[in-house]
Design a binder for this molecule. Structure first.
Ligand code: SAM
Length: 403
């Protein structure tokens, strides 16, 4: 139950950062309070914006004394309330420490794994790395939402956007679309913008492909090509691709390293949630047979273009696919994680080695618990910092089936 909103401000010491990026402190009455934009060991004056019986949410009114990890955000839009990057106020080291700690916490509390030894792998550069951006539109111009709000903050540049997006963000006009996806091939120079629900009356530089909903659905010329790991990937406007080619290469290198250390490969690889085929098309080359399972129409069409004949592509939800025996499973689910249904499918493959790529710490913790119940043991876990300046984590974990 919501209590009445307290407008009185409270003094709070921040002792942790939670999954989702907010600082965590405790109120005098013992309830936990979540505070956006906080750093560990901040001493804050906080105004409560939401009150529940067990916890509250607050907004910073004053920083009485700053925690050691706090720094000045590099992007001017943070001061204007832009919620695009929620951890710009944390130094590089503080961001890394917090990501490791959030993953450790989740593995301990949700996965009952004690004590997890979580590694950290630096990701792409700290700025100008994102090759896909999804932004809202206000009066024809790109905008991000404020943190935990639907209010929009217009932007004409973005600290984490790839330089190939610079003139699109500065000069682009997106008429009355509600949302725009901007996608660039940083190593090929390809550029496109996709409007939702349509892309009528857009004004963008001449070389930028303009894609509307119907064109995206039909797939006709609605794609870019990006190079990563020595391969040219066809990526349609609606297909998933990692946040940067550098990030994609780090993930495939980690997968290659783990498979090499365990001397696995050769027979059957099952690539679940395969997208446009990143893992099937790289480490998949070590296997005689690869099965890629992916539900998106556009991603499976891209995968068919990107992958060789030894990969059989199943357009299906993982939950509905008929499992086959495998030597290795690589599973890279969306933020909701594998859940019981996905873990059950993996169990049925009887794969001795499973590499799980998780993009949500909470989902990783829950999946870890399910994997243990399914007979697997955690061998290695690394946070890959694919999204610098934000609380988003990407975690690669290796699992070995108990004999
Ligand atoms: C995080 S992406 C990973 C894609 C790919 N492995 C890569 O690295 O580029 C997750 C993918 O899972 C797909 N997906 C989401 N839910 C699914 C489901 N229930 N079954 C199969 N695929 C699903 C999405 O379309 C998306 O392509």
């Amino acid at each position: 139950m919501d209590r009445s909103l307290g407008l009185m401000s409270k003094r709070v010491n921040i002792y942790d950062l939670a999954v989702g990026g907010e600082g965590v402190g405790r109120l005098e009455d013992g309830r936990i309070v979540f505070v956006a934009g906080a750093a560990v060991n901040d001493e804050l004056q906080v105004e409560l914006t939401q009150e529940k019986s067990r916890y509250a949410r607050g907004r910073i009114v004053e920083i009485i004394s700053a925690g050691e990890g706090r720094c000045e955000p590099s992007c001017r839009h943070v001061h204007r309330g832009c919620g695009g990057c929620d951890w710009q106020h944390l130094s590089e080291d503080a961001q890394a420490d917090a990501k490791i700690s959030v993953v450790e916490d989740s593995l301990v509390k949700l996965g009952s794994i004690v004590p997890p030894d979580v590694g950290y792998v630096a990701g792409p550069p700290k700025s100008n790395y994102r090759t896909t951006l999804r932004v809202a539109v206000e009066n024809g111009r790109p905008a991000y939402r404020r943190s935990r709000s639907n209010e929009l903050v217009q932007i004409d540049d973005c600290f984490v956007a790839h330089p190939l997006m610079e003139d699109i963000l500065a000069e682009g006009f997106f008429a009355d679309a509600a949302e725009v996806t901007i996608r660039v091939g940083s190593r090929t120079g390809d550029r496109l913008v996709m409007g939702e629900p349509h892309a009528k009356n857009f004004r963008v530089p001449d070389d930028v492909k303009i894609v509307g909903r119907d064109q995206a659905r039909r797939g006709a010329n609605a794609y870019i090509v990006e190079e990563a790991a020595g391969i040219d990937w066809k990526i349609s406007a609606r297909s998933f691709f990692q946040s940067s080619p550098e990030g994609a290469e780090i993930l495939t290198a980690l997968a290659a390293e783990w498979l090499t250390v365990h001397d696995v490969g050769e027979q059957v690889l099952v690539d679940l949630y395969a997208g446009v085929g990143l893992f099937s098309g790289t480490v998949g080359d070590w296997f005689e047979k690869v099965t890629a399972v992916e539900s998106s129409v556009s991603a499976t069409k891209d995968a068919a273009h990107n992958l060789g004949p030894h990969v059989s592509i199943h357009r299906s939800q993982v939950e509905r696919w008929v499992p086959e025996l495998a030597d290795v499973v690589i599973a890279d689910p969306p933020r909701s994680g594998l859940r019981a249904e996905g873990v059950e499918q993996i169990r049925k493959t009887e794969a001795p080695h499973v590499l799980l790529v998780s993009c949500d710490a909470g989902a990783l913790g829950r999946d870890a618990s399910l994997m243990i119940t399914a007979g697997y043991e955690l061998d290695q876990v690394d946070v890959v910092d694919m999204f610098p300046q934000t609380s988003h984590v990407e975690v690669v974990s290796g699992w070995i089936r108990n004999s």
